[in-house]
Design a binder for this molecule. Structure first.
Ligand code: CDP
Ligand code: MG
Length: 779
């Protein structure tokens, strides 16, 4: 038989990840040491002799190991799901589709797969699959489950995420993202290798989850032996049941405590400020209360020392919308509390542990330790979080929740045919979920930074699923790749708007991802391989032909690494920062500006590196992430046998030309006589300004034609991340989408021309152009 060992490639990947994330290494060490299939390993890992004279030492090590196993067992047996284990397994056994609902923390994610494993679902060479909507969740959960099972991660328990497969022949429980499982359907249409698939956190309704639900429903009809289990927090449950032909659902009984609600009396203008004031109030009041209680106990039991109390009155969890708010609130809270002193002279911030929490934090073990560990004696935790703490994390000891009532989310902008990140009010279901976080361990309170009227009248009952509010380019391509020809006939739990699908079909056809019959092409399949959207994937693919992949890879990596927070502007140092940033500016292109930063950062000899980045007011996290993303993309390119050549020093035109292959639909022409105002080529009549910080506005003149990566909404709509292009490039790509008008037919396009004699416009003979224009105009 095959030896279930880690392949060299996997080992190499492991090593690399270790470099990138020391936290992982710590985890792995820990997990490795609990491999109870081999106590020897555990002991030898610590270079301790198993036999020999110093047996007392060995015994204590052995004891520690056994104690730890015992601790794990006890913890597992205390979870709400444990008390209905056999009932749950019977219910799963009786149904082909099971829907399981339970409070966050009841044990759905970590226990269910283990139960299935224990009763033999992974026998006969089949695997138990469990999907997670987020990559980091897949890693985190599989690490935890491996520890509980007592095996090395990547053996019995493993995970597969895009570009990172930590599974072997031996793997029985496989965690993965929804996207990875969907892509498996391409090669294994009936998912034969699985006996059961748990779709975890289905309530999040990510785009991939939704597509997967439809795909699995179809597979279930063909495979009576496959079990599908959908797990969800206490939201949307009827919706899932209805979708699976009224499948019965099972609720894990769980203990929760009452949560008192307090609404704002008037609408809140600045929720960061309001949240900070509320947190201060809570912290001060709860501290004084618990001190009072403490001294009361002391006086009644005179003579004896009061028992030390580790009840600090409860921790605080604040929901903000995104990274900016989270950090903003952290800083403001710290500053405000620091300015207040107690009679003893102590500053109020000394007793509050302020912890930012976002999905990255969960990956970093140092950061997640502060997040999950109880606050030190005499301290209170205040966790300021994005919506990751809504359902996917369980933090014990929270007794106060402050909910700003907003979230940041990607929304399809039909006028421009693309996604934009915007702040929106949360839904009622989401706010109630946030409220529930306060009642996990004891009675709690939830402060809503919105009025009762706003809750009743302005909030939607449930969050609109991603598939109905985002660009569906990837969905369309995925469905095409698994042979779904008629998209409108696909069994969606909630279908995306027809117009979005049509817009995507045209765009994909323009990219060459679909042929004239609407079937996926080789190039389309290739695009799906990249963990970026089709726009960027198409640029990568074309970069091989244009021999500028080395540079384009860096640009795409930067764009995928949250590049908007690259340039830092610390208060009081704006002028210094502007000067430092100016060194990177490329007057023709923000994309090339990012490339400059990336290249200089990557040259430690020439002064790059972390310290250098800080001196130049650059966000090191963004740069490090870009390096990581680029490595993944390089690996992908190599696997697809796509050549990675460099354009060479100073050869930037070819890079800009390459970008046009992705952004051909995101092109605009300068409005005559206006500085920085542009009109979308696809949507005549719609004008937008280039964002003032763009490097193309640094030069004395502004270009006639541009492409843009993104839109931003503040007081106005802005084009963000802009590059000047030669209009001839627009004409050359895009299957006849654009033509040259005026200036004599067939005249060569000359960038230096006055721009009045001729223009590049949408072609009137191109169907795609007509259709797309109509879509946008209707929006
Ligand atoms: O999925 P669900 O929210 O129902 O619960 P879970 O994620 O399986 O968590 C069950 C318990 O394990 C909770 O008490 C978590 O706090 C704990 N847990 C943990 O301590 N560390 C992890 N990495 C995951 C879960
Ligand atoms: Mg869970």
């Amino acid at each position: 038989g095959k030896t279930p060992t880690t392949t060299a490639a996997q080992a190499a990947r492991l090593e690399r990840r270790t470099d990138l994330n020391a936290a992982e290494a710590v985890y792995r060490e820990k997990v490795k040491s609990y491999d109870d299939s081999s106590m020897l390993d555990f002991l030898s890992a610590r270079s301790l002799p198993l036999t020999g004279s110093s047996s007392s030492h060995t015994n204590s090590e052995k004891q520690r190991f056994l104690d730890h196993r015992e601790f794990i067992r006890k913890t597992r047996e205390s979870l709400p799901i444990y008390f209905c284990r056999s009932e749950l397994l019977r219910y799963i056994g009786e149904n082909s589709v099971s829907i399981i609902m339970g409070e966050t923390g009841s044990g759905k994610t970590t226990q269910l797969v283990q139960y299935l494993y224990e009763v033999g679902y992974a026998s006969g060479g089949k695997q138990i699959g469990c999907t997670q909507p987020r990559r980091l969740a897949a890693i985190g959960v599989s690490t935890r489950v491996a520890e509980e099972v007592g095996c090395t991660l990547g053996t019995t328990v493993g995970y597969s995420i895009h570009l990172d497969d930590m599974t072997t022949e031996q793997t029985k429980i496989r965690f993965m993202t929804d996207g990875v499982l969907l892509r498996e359907v391409v090669n294994d249409p009936f998912l034969e290798k699985y006996s059961v698939i748990v779709m975890d956190e289905a309530h999040e309704r990510s785009m991939d989850t939704d597509v997967l639900l439809g795909v699995l429903k179809g597979i279930c009809r063909r495979r009576s032996d496959l079990k599908v289990i959908v797990t969800s927090a206490t939201m949307n449950i009827m919706k899932f049941s209805a979708f699976f032909n009224n499948a019965p659902y099972y609720e894990i009984p769980g203990k929760t405590f009452d949560v008192e609600l307090e609404y704002a009396s008037t609408p809140v203008e600045d929720y960061v400020h309001a949240a900070v004031i509320k947190a201060m109030e809570i912290h001060v009041r709860a501290t004084l209360d618990s001190e009072k209680q403490h001294s009361d106990t002391t006086t009644t039991t005179t003579g004896t020392t009061p028992p030390p109390t580790d009840d600090n009155g409860g921790d605080i969890l604040i929901f903000m919308t995104g990274r900016d708010d989270v950090y903003g609130a952290c800083a403001l809270l710290k500053q405000r509390l620091h300015s207040m002193r107690r009679p003893s002279g102590e500053h109020w911030d000394e007793t509050l542990l302020i912890i930012p929490c976002m999905s990255e934090a969960v990956q970093n073990s140092a950061a997640s330790a502060v997040l999950f560990d109880p606050a030190p004696p005499g301290m209170r935790k205040c966790i300021i979080s994005t919506n990751v703490a809504e359902t996917s994390l369980t933090i014990h000891g929270i007794r106060y929740v402050i909910d700003c009532g907003m979230m940041k989310t990607n929304v399809f902008h039909p006028t421009f045919g693309m996604n934009t990140l915007k702040r929106y009010p949360t839904s009622k279901a989401q706010s109630n979920q946030r409220k529930g976080r306060a009642g996990r361990t004891a009675k709690g309170t939830c402060f809503r930074l919105f009025t009762r009227e706003q809750f009743t009248n302005e909030m939607l009952p449930a969050t609109i699923p991603e598939i109905q509010r985002s660009s569906v380019d990837t969905v369309v391509l995925l469905l095409k790749s698994i042979g779904v020809r008629d998209l409108s006939g696909f069994d969606f739990i909630d279908a995306p708007p027809e117009a979005n699908m049509r817009s995507s079909l045209w765009q994909l056809w323009l990219f060459g991802a679909l042929d004239d019959a609407g079937d996926i092409t080789e190039s389309g399949r290739c695009m799906l391989e990249f963990p970026v959207n089709p726009t960027l994937a198409n640029i990568l693919i074309h970069s091989t032909r244009l021999k500028c992949s080395a540079e384009v890879l860096s640009i795409v990596a930067m764009l995928s690494a949250d590049v908007k927070s690259l340039f830092e502007m610390p208060a009081g140092k704006e002028e210094d920062a502007r000067q430092a940033h100016g060194r990177f500016a490329n007057g023709e292109s923000d994309h090339l500006t990012y490339l400059n930063v990336y290249q200089q950062y990557q040259q430690p000899g020439a002064g790059g590196g972390r310290q250098w980045a800080r001196e130049h007011f650059l966000n090191v996290t963004v740069l490090e992430r870009a390096i990581h993303v680029r490595e993944q993309l390089v690996e992908k390119m190599q696997r697809l046998k796509l050549d990675i050549a460099s354009a060479g020093d100073g050869e930037t035109d070819v890079i800009r030309r390459c970008l046009v292959h992705g952004y051909s639909l995101q092109a605009a022409r300068k409005v005559a006589g206006k500085w920085s105002e542009y009109q979308s080529l696809l949507n005549v009549g719609v004008t937008c300004h280039v964002v003032p910080s763009s490097s193309i506005l640094n030069a004395g003149t502004v270009p006639e034609y541009i492409i843009y990566d993104d839109l931003m909404f503040t007081t106005k709509e802005y084009f963000v991340t802009v590059t000047a292009v030669d209009p001839a490039w627009l004409v050359a790509v895009g299957r006849g989408l654009y033509t040259i008008n005026g200036g004599g037919s067939g005249a060569a396009v000359d960038m230096g021309g006055s721009g009045d004699e001729w223009a590049v416009t949408l072609s009137s003979s191109c169907n795609a152009a007509k259709e797309l224009r109509a879509e946008r105009a209707a929006a």
